[in-house]
Design a protein around this ligand. Structure first.
Ligand code: ZN
Length: 192
């Protein structure tokens, strides 16, 4: 028996759920397994490396991360250790087309439960460390724009299919205005 799929969509900046601390999951249900599967599909369809449940409107501590083809489902995750630092351009599926440099730990260890409710530990470096940190931030109501180096904030705009994306510097205030004006679908071309 499988639970019916929900028609989920990725919420954008401006939806208050992105600023809420998500609730612990408790018992791992069949609904949760279906949710995790659907989140993984949505993440892949959007070419993301991670997705948190509050990004699809569900206020529970669940996230999926996929780096180098390895899917990790994280239930009630927490970072248990951090090492070093890395600085890299980062974006978010809830703030489409906006990117900027964020400092993250170079390496993290995360403790979480899997879909069978068993605790496990995962250690990640590089992009995996970044994705784990970014998604666990989501579960605590934090977004990459809270940590971004504002001087590096920019839109990446694809003007044509297969064309080189255009980089357009912006400020946080300007960017947030664009999202506030069109919380469901920010304009393809920034600033309009
Ligand atoms: Zn994100």
């Amino acid at each position: 028996m499988s639970a019916p799929k929900q028609n989920l969509k990725i919420v954008r900046y401006g939806n208050p759920i992105l600023r809420q601390k998500s609730a612990p999951v408790g018992r791992v249900s069949e609904e949760l397994r279906v949710l995790a599967e659907e989140m993984a599909e949505m993440m892949r369809a959007a070419n993301g490396v991670g997705l948190a449940a509050n990004q699809v409107g569900i206020n529970q501590r669940v996230a999926v991360v996929e780096v180098e083809g390895k899917l990790i489902v994280l239930i009630d995750p927490e970072i248990t250790s951090r090492k070093g630092e890395q600085v890299c351009d980062e974006g978010c599926l809830s703030l489409p087309r906006l990117f900027g440099e964020v400092t993250r730990p170079a390496e993290v260890t995360v403790r979480a439960r899997d879909l069978n409710g068993r605790w496990f530990k995962v250690r990640g470096e590089g992009l995996l460390a970044r994705a784990l940190s970014h998604e666990i931030d989501h579960l605590n109501g934090r977004l990459f724009i809270d940590r971004v180096d504002e001087d590096t904030l920019h839109w990446l705009i694809r003007t044509s299919e297969g064309g080189e994306p255009v980089v357009q510097p912006t400020t946080l205030a300007e960017a947030l205005k664009v999202f506030a004006a069109a919380p469901e679908a920010p304009p393809e071309k920034e600033g309009e």
